[in-house]
Design a binder for this molecule. Structure first.
Ligand SMILES: Cc1cc2nc3c(=O)[nH]c(=O)nc-3n(C[C@H](O)[C@H](O)[C@H](O)COP(=O)(O)O)c2cc1C
Ligand code: SF4
Length: 518
């Protein structure tokens, strides 16, 4: 019987040597004349175990990791092809606690299937949501999405169904679905993992969005730094087109929908939806004033749904299992599941999909296993570079949009970055201002000028120059940026700056330069 071995083609696994492992295995198989099929799957999201090699057995998949090319011969000697024992053997993949304790709705197939096999996708429940949507009037599809409680996973948490309804109700000769796959937040990788591990779920979600709103054309806008995601998505779109999932008659419905993949040059601001639309139109990535909303005048001035990858990839399961099934997970107004991306100085970094409601402490200490350095956790930044820093004292905050807002924080794209007790929070505050200065599109003054003045002020505090006056000035600048900026780049930079100052004031009172020199 042919043995089936899985080695991820996900960028994180590749960075850790997955291609070298696959080549070593291929050579060893040939040398020994073994009958083995190697499947290049997506990642299971347990990054500290990558490259994770899995073998299919009658009792389920058995995992080994992290595997190096030098391990291959020994692994085969130990009976890898039958799931045999070896120091790298982790047992059944599904039983690894990090994976077992998750609720995988959006990522159910990621790491399980061959990403570019439509057959495999169908065999694991794919396309059922699209089939259900085709059988329904568009307004009912939109209602299902609204009733599911799904909110935008790109950062703002806006209800997806309400956005879709605006586009459905708009009258226009052409409408568009734009998938925001720019994923600029540092420490986030959920969008990339879906595109590399289960691209058909995104294609299916976009097709459902198209049928629901009357849009016939979709674009996936991602960044040139994601070459592997672009390659997998492009191949999957070709496969879907050839199989009639995309094209003039989606699954024989008589309704058209097709997708193009576009790569931007990787400016953070091009993740902001209106700058993204400008970039997609071939213009400079500068933020547009709102109104008009993109839902009414978006790409080329036409009604456009702009949704994050995870928002769109969550729609197929909602349509397949129903709105109630999805909304039964979660807490308060945060319904369903959220793929949390755990990064930074952490022992168990990776992707953890779970219902909303776990506390930050549970995520960092229990799931993440504390710091990789073994030192105490001091701060956690939640929500990317524009997110607030949380001290241990706030670790009881549940992962929920409103609970985080109540603590002057945000969930954003659900990336969390862990820092140990060697972190200098004044430097982190300076970094936030510097990041904003570098990435600012330059359209409005509070962001363009304020961020540069912010860097100078943080430097003055660090030098011990009139610290009290400069702390007040920094807070004043944050206030101006928060309320005077046109978009959330300038408007949210105050979150990391002010949270650092509020929760870690001791780092903002360095000794004056003269004193320090003594
Ligand atoms: C500076 C900035 C960068 C952003 N980057 C992203 C991004 O990389 N991906 C994303 O989905 N949304 C990003 N957003 C949010 C988008 O503007 C928009 O809210 C989102 O794409 C809407 O989709 P959703 O409702 O599905 O979240 C960014 C916003 C700002 C202000
Ligand atoms: S806040 Fe910054 S990025 Fe946003 S529009 Fe103003 S200058 Fe551009």
């Amino acid at each position: 019987m042919t043995a089936r071995i899985y080695i991820p083609r996900d960028a994180a696994a590749l960075a850790l040597g997955a291609d070298r492992v696959a080549r070593a295995l291929t050579a060893e198989i040939a040398a020994r004349g073994l009958d083995v099929t190697i499947v290049r799957n997506g990642s299971r999201g347990m990054h500290w175990l990558e490259p994770l090699v899995e073998v299919e057995t009658a009792g389920g998949r058995i995992a080994y990791g992290p595997v190096k090319p030098s391990h291959i011969a020994g692994l085969i000697d130990a009976g890898l092809l039958e799931g045999g024992g070896h120091p790298l053997c982790l047992g059944r993949t599904e039983d690894i606690p990090f994976l077992k304790n998750q609720t995988r709705l959006t990522f159910a197939r990621c790491g399980v299937i061959d990403p570019v096999s439509l057959e495999d996708y169908r065999a694991h429940g794919g396309l059922k949501g699209l089939e259900t949507a085709i059988a329904m009037p568009p307004a009912d599809v939109v209602k299902q999405v609204t009733d599911s409680g799904l909110r935008g996973r790109g950062g703002a948490g806006f209800p997806t169904g309400i956005k879709w309804k605006t586009v459905l109700d708009a009258q226009a000769p052409q409408k568009y679905i734009v998938c925001n796959a720019d994923e600029g937040d540092s420490g986030t990788f959920a969008d990339r993992m879906i595109m590399e591990g289960d691209p058909f779920v995104l294609i299916e979600g976009m097709a459902i969005a198209g049928l629901a709103t009357g849009a016939t054309k979709g674009y996936v806008y991602t960044r040139s730094e994601y070459p592997h995601a672009i390659a997998v998505m492009s191949e999957a779109v070709e496969v879907a087109r050839a199989a009639g999932v995309l094209g003039p008659s989606v699954l024989g419905s008589g309704k058209a929908f097709d997708i193009d993949i576009r790569a931007g040059a990787g400016a953070y601001v091009c993740g902001e939806e209106t700058a993204l639309l400008n970039s997609l139109e071939g213009k400079r990535g500068v933020v547009r004033a709102k109104p008009p909303l993109p839902a009414l005048q978006g790409f080329l001035g036409r009604p456009t749904v702009v949704n994050n990858v995870i928002s769109l990839a969550s729609v197929p399961i909602i349509m397949d299992k129903g709105a109630d099934y999805y909304r039964d997970f979660g807490m308060g107004r945060s319904r369903g599941t959220i793929p949390i991306q755990i990064a930074g100085n952490v022992r168990h970094g990776g992707l953890y999909e779970t219902a909303f409601g776990l506390t930050l402490g549970e995520i960092v200490d229990d799931i993440g296993g504390g710091t990789a350095s073994g030192r105490p956790v001091r701060a956690v930044q939640v929500g990317g570079p524009l997110g607030a820093y949380f001290p241990r004292a706030l670790f009881d905050t549940p992962f929920d949009y409103e609970a985080f807002a109540a603590k002057d924080g945000l969930i954003g794209h659900a990336g969390i970055t862990v820092f140990d007790d060697t972190v200098d929070m004044l430097k982190q505050a300076r970094f936030a201002m510097e990041f904003c200065a570098v990435e600012s599109c330059g359209k409005c003054t509070p962001c363009r000028i304020g961020s540069t003045r912010g860097v100078e002020t943080a430097d003055n505090i660090a030098r011990g120059i009139e610290p009290e006056k400069n702390r007040e000035l920094l807070a004043d600048l944050c206030n101006t940026m928060k309320f005077g900026s046109l978009c959330a780049l300038g408007g949210f930079t105050p979150y990391p700056v002010m949270s650092a100052m509020t929760h870690f004031p001791e780092d903002f009172s360095p000794a004056p330069v003269a004193e320090a020199a003594e």
